[in-house]
Ligand binder design. Structure first.
Ligand code: ATP
Length: 395
């Protein structure tokens, strides 16, 4: 989890230089601070920045939190950083914001090195905004003061105007003079978003920004945030544990594991062509069968399929997504008996004992197709739906 909005992080979020507010030094781009937000509260456009990670590494003593990250984010792109706890997501965000220094490699913004072993541009000079999962509004400041906190380089009046427009954009301008405690969790999240976008950072880093919200609010906030991000055009990295969130929000997903980028691509690419078993498990619940590679193929309980790149005689995992298990009439496919059925609303999860298999398999079917425990069924899987991977060292 993120380490929260400590003092340093707060300053980083908030003390964004005038150069960032107005875009890079080009005079042509400078416009008055006021009037850049539409009258109905649309967000102002940021000068989006290219963000590049060039073999970035970070060690903490013997812990290799990042082992050589290479990633190039186009201006305005939204990349979701997805991976299990401890894989290095927050560390990458902190390095980008300048709260930590890399022990190897370089971080570049618009092709200028901002973080490396020899170079360390101060957080407040990077134009990188941060929003943490615990979004920590200042309880003793009004919403307007909270939203204006990162606008120290503006005159008081201009800062208030910009902050007010940011609050307007998230639909909370009417509470500008109230204090955070009167707001619901979702509303507080909106204020945090207003605070993060008010300085118009070229790069915005969000660390599990929706994890503190309940499911319904989370969905609303994801959509709302996407709209605002598209309007502001900031280059954005969103850290999440949640593959659905990553698919919903990211132009691309960068999948991490143990300090490395495992796979980067669109949601479709990662879902349909996962590079290894970890990537596949991240996106789908699967049935896994231990098999042995013979002549470039594996025999699975549901047919023979290719095992590209795996050495003859090695063990492999043949995987079938729960939703790819087909339930047929008895006599068609393998013989099975329903052991348990759990209704999950629109779908149901059936546990089925299959003749010849030691472990039951799990099938996710539409609710109307679910069968009661004890029902005899046929179980089939299309061979093209079977994924084959090397057995990972850690199982
Ligand atoms: P989570 O999803 O749980 O937030 P994460 O993917 O963000 O995890 P990080 O917080 O980046 O992971 O941590 C990566 C590794 O680096 C972990 O093993 C963590 O314990 C270690 N680590 C991070 N910061 C420090 C630090 N300041 N000192 C020592 N170890 C650290």
């Amino acid at each position: 989890m993120g380490r929260g909005l400590d003092g340093l992080a707060t300053r980083c979020v908030c003390r964004v230089s005038k150069r960032v507010l107005f875009g890079r030094s080009s005079k042509r781009r400078q416009r008055p601070v006021t009037g850049r937000w539409g009258s109905r509260g649309s967000a102002a456009v940021t000068i989006a920045a290219r963000l590049t990670f060039d073999n970035v590494a970070r060690r903490f003593g013997s812990v290799h939190a990042l082992r050589g990250i290479n990633l190039d984010m186009a201006p305005g792109e939204i990349v979701c950083l997805l991976g299990p706890s401890g894989c290095g997501k927050t560390t990458l965000l902190r390095l980008t914001a300048g709260l930590e220094r890399p022990t190897g490699g370089r971080i570049l913004i618009n092709d200028v090195v901002v973080g490396g072993q020899q170079v360390h541009v101060a957080p407040e000079r990077r134009g990188v905004g941060l929003m943490f999962q615990d979004f920590a509004l200042f309880p003793h400041l009004t919403l307007l003061e909270n939203a204006a906190f990162g606008l120290k380089s503006l005159s008081r009046d201009d800062a208030r105007k910009v902050a007010n427009l940011a609050l307007e954009r998230v639909g909370l301008a009417k509470y500008a003079d109230e204090y955070p405690h009167i707001l619901s969790g979702g509303e507080q999240q909106r204020v945090a978003l207003a605070r993060a976008i008010a300085p118009r950072p070229g790069v915005l880093m969000m660390d599990e920004p929706f994890s503190g919200l309940d499911t319904r609010l989370r969905n609303e906030m994801r959509e709302e945030t996407l709209t605002i991000l598209r309007e502001t055009n900031a280059t954005c990295m969103i850290v999440t544990h949640d593959s659905e969130e990553a698919m919903q929000m990211g132009n691309r997903i960068a999948l991490m594991r143990e300090g490395l980028l495992v796979q980067t691509g669109t949601a479709e690419e990662l879902y349909h062509a996962p590079v290894n078993i970890h990537a596949a498990r991240m996106f789908s619940d699967m049935n896994e069968f231990l098999v042995v590679v013979r002549g470039g193929k594996v025999d699975t309980p549901f047919g023979t399929c290719a095992a590209k790149g795996l050495s003859i005689g090695s063990e492999a995992l043949a995987c079938v997504r729960q939703r790819d298990v087909q339930i047929a009439a008895p006599g068609r496919g393998r013989e099975g008996r329903v052991l348990n059925t759990r209704f999950l609303g629109e779908t149901a999860l059936m546990e089925i004992g299959v003749e010849g298999l030691e472990e039951p398999i799990l099938a996710r079917v539409r609710e109307a197709q679910a069968k009661q425990p004890g029902t005899e069924v046929g179980v089939r899987v299309n061979v093209k739906d079977i994924l084959v991977f090397a057995v990972p060292a850690d199982g």
